[in-house]
Design a protein around this ligand. Structure first.
Ligand code: TPP
Ligand code: MG
Length: 570
């Protein structure tokens, strides 16, 4: 039988279907028309975004919920560069993504052709890998490799640049091609001797603490962690991206640690005599002043990426492997622990440093989130944007599913929350998705309201509208003598009217007394709803460990004295 020929574009779409791709988040242009054309004859749903940055965040949100690569399809030049923020966001948070870019024809490469941009070059620092396809016969191999690289080991984004003459060229694809990636190995099991040493350390510890990070979420280590926790009776804190892997409603959870972590999580960190990171890279928002972070405690690090060993802090034991597999290994060699005294202390801190906020005065963002949490009961996919609302959401919305909490951690990308919710909603049909956003960040990608409407998605956007770029204002308040510069959001639109202009439902909350009623209405109204919660303008997020300082500098409430600018911090 004669092997079947097809165009490069058809082979790409065929390859995506073989990978089980359900949705493509895309935007067309001259250089990718052949691929859009081939898409018409496939079973893949095109999610036509309104801006390529939004499309890339949608793919990211889809990937976080689904645990599989999100796929982006954009044109050359500005189409491709518009995705770079989304690609960098995915890279920083280890999100699997495959970005396919149209490119000018091969003969024009390097000639400053119309909409030519060297995107494989531009993207190199922010991808796991980038391809520029120069031979049409490479398409089957490149597609297979791209998904393998994106999804295995420490996941990340992979970019494929496809010159237009490659996508229009006829050829006979060979799908039997075997993956051959020498040097790309994926660790699974940790060294048994190291595991035994860690077990000894866990047995000896009087005040142990687990720190659950995004790696634990990615490897779906929740059940194994629960077994370890219940057997050894160890309290658990989680990073911003680790939320939900271990249910925050569990009595041994102390919630998020770090710059805006709960007071009780941070006291537990300060007093523990052993801390074990499960898939967290100890980022600077967590460790504060790295040299003194848990300096008197035994420090253990489980990570799938050998590059993380000793990067931020020195550890006593590094276990290289997949978080779930390594915890399962540990579970086979540890004995039940007796930590009653330690747990009693942790429980005391939980009462003493309970999250609190002002109830008098105008509407408090924390109150809206507190009530939202009560309404959601951990059963919604929650995304956040970046800023004060993000930190309050992390404090007040308790995550109980390992893949239902989506936030831009490493990159801190404003504009992420709403499009990520669109991707998340597509990955979890039937689950209500809530995007907690600020008035600043929402305006960066709100054009995707069209996309949410077209896809008929139950995305509830909760804008915590303080008419400020609140988090920057907070830093100017605390460290720059309240000299507000460039943070007033005067000129904000009427978000209710704006939602209505897109055909969505717009609701507004102005008083605490209306919060329950309006939130319930938002959930009861089918489809996309935007809630404009007009909150106090100048509330600050506490607790706060000022950047670059040790945990002992934690502010539990507004400081009574002027603060020094933290040293050399971002
Ligand atoms: C793309 C981008 N630009 C700038 C920043 C810096 N930044 C961090 S938080 C923040 C303020 C966000 O304001 P808003 O969306 O209103 O949220 P709020 O802090 O008021 O809750 C800014 C400007 C960023 N993180 N991302
Ligand atoms: Mg704001």
């Amino acid at each position: 039988m004669q092997a079947k020929t097809c165009t490069g574009a058809e082979a790409i779409i065929d390859g995506l279907q073989q990978q089980g791709v359900e949705h493509i988040f895309g935007y067309p242009g001259g250089a990718n028309i052949p691929i859009f054309d081939a898409l018409l004859d496939s079973s893949i749903n095109l999610v036509l975004c309104r801006h390529e940055q939004g499309g890339s965040h949608m793919a990211d949100g889809y990937a976080r919920v689904k645990g599989k690569a999100g796929v982006v399809l954009v044109t050359s030049g500005p189409g491709a560069t518009n995705t770079i923020t989304g690609v960098m966001t995915a890279m920083m948070d280890s999100i699997p993504m495959v970005v396919i870019c149209g490119q000018t024809i091969r003969a024009n490469l390097g000639l400053d052709a119309f909409q030519e941009a060297d995107v494989s070059g531009i993207s190199f620092p922010v991808v796991k890998h980038s391809y520029l396809i120069k031979d049409v016969n490479d398409i089957p191999r490149v597609i297979k490799e791209a998904f393998h690289l994106a999804e295995s080991g420490r996941p990340g984004p992979v970019l494929i640049d496809v010159p237009k003459d490659i996508s229009t060229m006829e050829f006979t694809p060979n799908w039997q091609v075997e993956l051959d990636l020498p040097g790309f190995t994926v660790p699974t099991y940790a060294d048994d001797a190291a595991v035994a040493r860690v077990a000894d350390m866990l047995h000896e510890a009087k005040r142990p603490l687990l720190m659950v990070g995004h790696g634990a979420v990615i490897s779906d280590a929740g059940r194994a962690i629960m077994q370890l926790v219940e057997k050894m009776q160890i309290p658990v804190c989680s990073t911003l991206l680790g939320k939900g892997c271990f249910p925050e409603t569990h009595e041994l959870s102390v919630g998020m640690l770090g710059m805006h972590g709960t007071g009780y999580a941070n006291f537990t960190v300060m007093e523990c005599d052993l801390i074990m990171s499960i898939g967290s890279r100890w980022d600077d928002r967590i460790v504060g002043k790295a040299e003194v972070f848990c300096e008197h405690a035994k420090r253990i690090h489980i990570d799938i990426d050998p590059a993380e060993e000793g990067k931020m802090i020195k550890v006593h034991e590094f276990l290289l492997g997949d978080a779930k597999t390594v915890i399962e290994q540990i579970n086979t060699v540890v004995e039940p622990g007796d930590t009653k005294k330690w747990l009693a202390q942790v429980a005391k801190w939980k009462k003493q440093y309970k999250l609190k906020y002002k109830k008098q005065g105008g509407l408090r963002a924390e109150y809206v989130l507190d009530r939202l949490d009560a309404l959601m009961q951990g059963e919604c996919v929650v995304t956040t944007d970046v800023g004060q609302h993000q930190m309050w959401a992390a404090q007040f919305c308790k995550a109980t599913h390992h893949n239902y909490w989506l936030s831009s951690g490493g990159a801190g990308t404003m504009g992420y929350g709403f499009p990520a919710a669109i991707g998340g909603a597509l990955a979890a049909p039937g689950v209500t998705t809530v995007a907690v956003v600020g008035d600043g960040g929402f305006q960066m990608t709100l054009c995707e309201l069209s996309t949410a409407m077209l896809q008929k998605l139950p995305v509830k956007v909760i804008i915590l509208n303080n008419s400020f770029l609140g988090m920057v204002r907070q830093w100017q308040d605390l460290f720059f003598e309240k000299r507000y510069s460039g943070v007033d959001m005067e000129g904000n639109p009427d978000f209710v009217k704006l939602a209505e202009a897109y055909g969505a439902t717009g609701l507004r909350i102005k008083r605490a007394a209306d919060v329950d009623k309006i939130l319930k209405k938002a959930f009861d109204t089918p489809g996309t709803v935007v809630v404009d919660a007009v909150v106090e303008k100048e509330d600050n997020v506490y607790p706060m460990v000022p950047s670059g300082l040790p945990y002992t500098a934690m502010l539990l409430e507004p400081p009574k004295h002027k603060l020094e600018k933290p040293p050399g911090s971002t």
